[in-house]
Design a binder for this molecule. Sequence first.
Ligand SMILES: [Zn+2]
Length: 619
Amino acid sequence: MDTVDEIKQRLDIVEVLSSYVPDLKKSGRNFKAVCPFHAEKTPSFFVFPERQSWHCFGACGVGGDMFAFVMRKEGVDFKEALNILAERAGVTVVQRKPDESKSEADRLKEINEAAAEVFHRLLFNSTGGQRTREYLIRRGVSEKTMRQFQIGYSQDSWDSLRQELMKRGYHENELASAGLLVEKEKEGTYDRFRNRLMFPIRDMAGRVVGFGARALDDSLPKYLNSPQTLVFDKSSSLYGIDFARPAIRKENLAVVVEGYMDVIVAHQHGFTNVVASLGTALTEKHVGIVKKLTNRLVLALDADAAGEMATLRGIEVASHTFDQKVVLLPTSAGLIKYEEQLDAEISVMVLPGGKDPDDIIKENPQDWERLLRQAAPVVDYTFDLVVSKLDVTSAKDKSQAVDQILPLIAEIKHPVRQAHYLQRLARVVAVDEQTLATALGQFKQKAPGPRRETKSPPPSKLVSHLSSGDSLAEYCLYLLFTYPDLRSHASDLRVDFFLNTEDREIFLAWQNMTDVDLLRQELDISLQGHLNTLMSRTTPQLHGEAQERALRQCINRLRERWLKDLKAKEQILISELEAAGKPADLTDLQEIQKSAVKLNAELGEVFLHGKEKRKRASD
Ligand SMILES: [Zn+2]
């Protein structure tokens, strides 16, 4: 039995949650309270002892097991939640001997942290630092904020950081591996960051992984980042994520801007859900990081960039904040692909007149709030933009509109959502929907399909495992890990379908990393045991279409189970509300009933789908 299972056996969800939600009251066979995650008067937060799960039927609309609760409530990741609950249960978390790369990563973060301290101290205790502070104050940064973000100054010297850190016992080659020194062609090293304003970049856990550095004179490039190291990768780092984490979870929204100063000024003015990509375009990895906290993401773009985004080709735009090079802005179609792959919602916030977020916020914070409210989902934004530029009464412009919008609609996998935009396009260009649907079908056929050949899966282990977990979900994960090519068939697999947090975490990690082998190495040690267990099942090897079929069945069953479970829980809630019967609850009741009707329709669809399939198979 692994640690997670042992904790679940020893602790009772009601007891654990009661310590966080003191007003949790028994209600029939279940417990309810005012939701601890959103403001409400009528309790819509339920705990189900038989299922050992909880669910908020109100604004949050989420639920899970006790791990999911602790992660959300404490704003921590799975590993930290595991530690918290293990201590409570009196279970020792087996600290497996960390492999070498793990300890090296730790060491590199430690070195970067030592450097951040040196830089920060210099900001307050050197002449260059004094000038830098004056610059920051001119840009509207308070001293408190400088300390919070540990902003620093690197001296105008080729070796002062190296000397300082070597005095503290670090080796020259380690400092180079951490990206702080540049190796000379022949031999020797010199300090990478000289006479620059230093922004330490932290990971989700608050560890320093690298730096962003702004030149204080005419040196080029104006912005310089740490190079790629074992612990730092520009395309998967978000500046400010450590401070923004609680607000992103709480507000269920992340705003992605471009510059360090934008993040700093936003946080100083109380907009603490803001993070920055480091002079690169938004990547799938970025979305993956944010996805751990929320599925709602707003991209703040200046008007030019936002306009370019709507074109179908990847457009290189000069990134004005990081005037080092041009970056490839994701296209609308690209963003929709991220949305589909990661089950996220991306909106576009257009900044007027070449202004940066920090200018807007400093001038008038209410403008920022207004622009944020006006942010539109990528598809809608692109749709409106394309249409606004064309005269859709002319035949030529009509076909242009269709050419530009149809590929976006093709990216949308959800049939209802897809139909919605198809109808809208039909209305706008006044062409009947069937014609467009046919064109869409042709477009999809032209698009390259998934690869068919498969790598042979690893030989199945002989040990059969008696799982105490969620065997359906585990089988699904087993298929995805054993047959990597199934990835393209799993776009409608949702994280909600998994009951256990450990399965959810493994699924999220899988979504964010395409290389399965690498993923297995990178996966947090607390989850590796679980992954090994679920991979050790004895299952006959599947070939060709049988793989897809197995996955399809698995996803359908997971979906059906999820819907049924949700429905059962809603039923409990409805009878609760009816029993209470207070007039004040009427709107709540109506809301719930509305969502129950929707749920019924969706459930009906699943059953119908299954029936048709079975019928077809028997024909
Ligand atoms: Zn809630």
